[in-house]
Ligand binder design. Structure first.
Ligand SMILES: Nc1ncnc2c1ncn2[C@@H]1O[C@H](COP(=O)(O)OP(=O)(O)OP(=O)(O)O)[C@@H](O)[C@H]1O
Length: 252
């Protein structure tokens, strides 16, 4: 089982402490929520976990291995997929092509074979295409395979990002506001997919402002404020926690 463990993770940007001694556990097979008011340090924490930012101090352990000093590409190859708060798609390329970009990590044929159009490359391409179509089916988007990604509604573009992150079959998936801009029906459909993924053994870390979604879906929730963890527990426990209520009231 590939659990993610943070031990006293600390990050400062000059005088700003964006992550203050944060320890948490994101177990395989579970959906873990990370919430907190604007500027609480949620995205910074994801960037520290995925190697996009370097830690000031502390440790990130993934599957028991210390990945604190690994660069982002190696962390991704170790089995982490992520989506971004701001969608990052190849807007002119088709939905299918965007999802296939995600398979890059598992490609075995050489670039030369691909350029020359050798049979090994063509076979691999057909297999990846098949796998990408299976993902599109899972997300109810098979009919959009050939549409340019940029032509889709915002909620659908978010789904394409998720499929691309899942294409590598990661053990851990980090989702930065996955249901932002989606209606309740779409959010419910995604929630079901996230639960299936957790049941398959993946660890899921979900950053989300939609509290109803967090309450319905998460097994365990951590709450950040000012870079510091102020609460953790079941969704029901954290929303009733006075420190959490005060932090969110301060935001209004
Ligand atoms: N590269 C950076 N340089 C300096 N300060 C930064 C940098 N990145 C983040 N910060 C600061 O760190 C703090 C945490 O920011 P972060 O974006 O992680 O919060 P967040 O919880 O993701 O917020 P939001 O919900 O608005 O996305 C903020 O005070 C922010 O201004």
């Amino acid at each position: 089982m590939t659990d993610l463990v943070l031990e006293n993770v600390h990050k400062n940007f000059g005088g700003v402490v964006a992550s203050n001694d944060v320890s948490m556990r994101v177990p395989a097979g579970r959906i873990t929520g990370l919430i907190g008011p604007n500027g609480a340090g949620k995205t910074t924490l994801i960037n520290l976990i995925t190697g996009m930012l370097s830690l000031s101090s502390g440790k990130v352990l993934f599957g028991g291995h210390d990945i604190s000093a690994e660069p982002a590409d190696r962390v991704a190859r170790a089995g982490m997929g992520r989506t971004f708060q701001n969608i990052r798609l190849q807007k002119e390329a088709s939905v299918l092509a965007n999802v296939m970009i995600g398979f890059h990590r598992h490609e075995t044929c050489s670039l030369i074979a691909a350029i020359l159009g050798l049979p090994s490359s063509r076979r691999e391409d057909a297999l990846l295409r098949q796998k990408a179509m299976a993902l599109l089916g899972r997300f109810g988007m098979a009919g959009d395979a050939d549409s340019p990604a940029g032509s889709l509604a915002y909620g659908h573009q978010r789904k394409v990002e998720m499929m691309r992150a899942l294409a590598t079959d990661p053990d851990l998936i980090l989702l930065d506001e996955p249901v932002a801009g989606m209606n309740d029906v779409e959010a419910l459909q995604l929630g079901r997919i996230f639960r299936e993924l957790a049941d398959e053994g993946k660890a899921i870390l979900l950053i989300e402002h939609n509290m109803r979604f967090v309450q319905e879906l998460c097994d365990h929730v951590y709450v950040l404020d000012g870079g510091r963890l102020i609460a953790e527990g079941t969704p029901r426990d954290v929303v009733a926690d006075p420190a959490v209520i005060t932090a969110y009231l301060g935001e209004e």
